[in-house]
Ligand binder design. Structure first.
Ligand SMILES: NC(=O)C1=CN([C@@H]2O[C@H](COP(=O)(O)OP(=O)(O)OC[C@H]3O[C@@H](n4cnc5c(N)ncnc54)[C@H](OP(=O)(O)O)[C@@H]3O)[C@@H](O)[C@H]2O)C=CC1
Ligand SMILES: O=C(O)CCCC(=O)O
Length: 471
């Protein structure tokens, strides 16, 4: 326990429920000290050239890659996902460090003519300043590097508050950042109770930006708190991803894509397939193939060989999944694979497929965040697009069809920030990740990701214009 702190909290292994670590719950004063340290570190870090910052980020990438196996095992222990997925997450997390190490060198401004011939417009890109990242438990490494990579590349400093369920990955990443040469104060991790330390992070006037990934409910609250000091905000919030499987799709491709879009991370992903609409003519064939593949998925502790589905994060997550299935079956849906808590007990849940699901059931309206696939039957394109868009969320959608014209038409009509076409895997460091509607604000990754950490400054330069230059 840290002196002056607010006690401690424990981290458990979702596979066993056993406590694996005890960490300090920082006090608001201690968090304020981290923010002030980030503020003090800002002038020196932001004054370095993009190339110098790039080298530090590149060393961080190298160290994360070198320690990938240890990091992956830490993720499995505190988060529960299968080891193969934890390894993939580390590769994904590291890719943001490598990508933004390159982008650090490419920050550039603009210069152009003003309406007055004696004047020129000069546009500089400057770091936003001290940033706060509040991150979730489902991708405990990647959600940190996807924020810290661009922030540090841009010349910002950052205080990270990881989810209380998964702080160990965050601390390990911070240790590697320090070894890579990230100066003290440029990146810190604070642990503790959100209710106690959250207001310091969202209210401290030294903080100029909040970047959050998590539930829409908490995102709304953080936006309100940040509004009081008019902070910049990036929000990656909840989703309710629809999958549209048209009857001209290649069925094996669609089955494979839906399995990936749903069961990656045991269904605990905001871009996870939440409701699957299948066109009438192929509905039964698709449902049978999907049920067979789903029933064969291996459930178990993440460190066990061959496991594809790990435990859910906590008992509340298990209850939510069970509640969604109960609501659907009480209203006429049928279970064709899984359906219950797994024989292993605890937080293990059987991968599940439901058929005869109808629009409006709880499972089609709320993010389930678990290993359940509800299949809804549809007839017409217009009808399914209307159902897909009938939600406050707008993060990801997936569509399966071989018809190119339909692809353009439906992709354009879907009200989401991302659309997977004949694939269930849409995440990578080169693509802009983010949502519309109440799924969020801003984009992460890609060439656009660094813009979230840069402000434009415009200089109206009298005497630098064409007529002046000619003098
Ligand atoms: N978009 C996404 O990727 C995610 C979506 N979700 C959705 O949200 C549901 C609930 O998951 P949950 O873990 O509760 O997600 P939350 O949105 O509650 O948590 C995400 C992060 O926000 C922090 N936080 C929570 N309240 C505050 C606050 N008042 N001030 C500052 N920080 C705060 C949490 O800290 P702490 O852990 O200390 O509470 C955690 O670091 C899931 O079932 C899922 O539907 C969840 C995770 C990720
Ligand atoms: O919001 C989430 O669920 C985490 C991001 C998932 C991804 O990057 O693929």
């Amino acid at each position: 326990m840290t002196e002056g702190g607010s006690g401690s909290f424990t981290v458990d292994d979702p596979a066993t429920g056993h406590v694996i670590a005890k960490l300090p719950s920082l006090s608001p004063e201690q968090v304020r000290a981290s923010v002030e340290a980030a503020h003090r570190a800002l002038p020196e870090w932001s004054a370095r050239s993009g190339n110098e910052r790039s080298q530090v980020l590149r060393r961080w990438f190298d160290l994360v890659s070198e320690h990938a196996e240890d990091l992956a095992r830490i993720i499995v222990l505190e988060q529960g996902k299968p080891l193969t997925e934890a390894r993939a997450e580390i590769v994904y997390a590291a890719s943001f460090l490598e990508w933004f190490a390159e982008e650090a060198k490419r920050i550039r401004g603009e210069i152009f003519d003003s309406p007055r011939a004696s004047n020129r417009v000069v546009v500089l890109q400057e770091p936003v300043g001290v940033c706060v990242a509040i991150t979730p438990w489902n991708f405990p490494a990647a959600m940190i590097t996807r924020k810290a990579g661009p922030a540090l590349a841009a010349g910002c400093t950052m205080v990270v508050k990881p989810a209380s369920q998964t702080p160990l990955t965050a601390l390990a990443l911070a240790e590697l950042a320090e070894r890579a040469g990230v100066p003290a104060g440029v990146l810190s991790v604070v642990t503790g109770r959100a209710s106690e330390i959250g207001p310091e992070l969202t209210g401290n006037p030294l903080v100029r930006k909040i970047s959050f990934t998590g539930s829409t409910e908490v995102g709304r609250r953080l936006l309100q708190e940040a509004a009081l000091t008019v902070k910049n905000a990036s929000m990656e919030l909840g989703g309710n991803a629809p999958v549209l499987v048209f009857d001209d799709a290649d069925v094996p491709t669609a089955v494979e894509g839906v399995l990936t879009a749903k069961f990656r991370n045991t269904g605990e992903s905001c871009i996870g397939a939440n409701r699957v609409y299948v066109q009438d003519r192929i509905y039964d064939e698709f449902a049978a193939a999907l049920a067979e593949r789903t029933g064969a998925l291996k459930v178990g502790p993440g460190l066990q060989d061959g496991v594809q589905i790990g435990p859910l994060i906590d008992s509340a997550a298990v209850e939510k999944v069970a509640e969604h299935i109960a609501d659907a079956t009480e209203n006429g849906a049928r279970v064709v694979a899984g359906g219950s808590v797994h024989g292993l007990g605890g937080r293990f849940f059987e991968p599940t497929v439901l058929v005869d699901v109808a629009p409006g059931m709880l499972i089609t309206r709320e993010e389930t965040f678990g290993p359940v696939l509800p299949l809804v039957r549809f007839d017409h394109e217009d009808q399914v697009v209307a159902w897909a868009n009938d939600t406050e969320f707008g993060l990801a959608a997936y569509l399966f069809t071989k018809d190119a014209e339909r692809t353009w038409r439906v992709a354009a009509a879907l009200e989401t920030g991302m659309v997977g076409i004949n694939t269930g895997l849409i995440s990578n460091e080169v693509a802009p990740f983010g949502g519309i509607k109440q799924s969020g604000l801003g984009r992460e990754g890609s060439v656009h990701g660094i813009d979230e950490y840069l402000e434009l400054k415009y200089l109206a330069w009298e005497g630098a214009g064409a007529t002046s230059a000619a003098r």
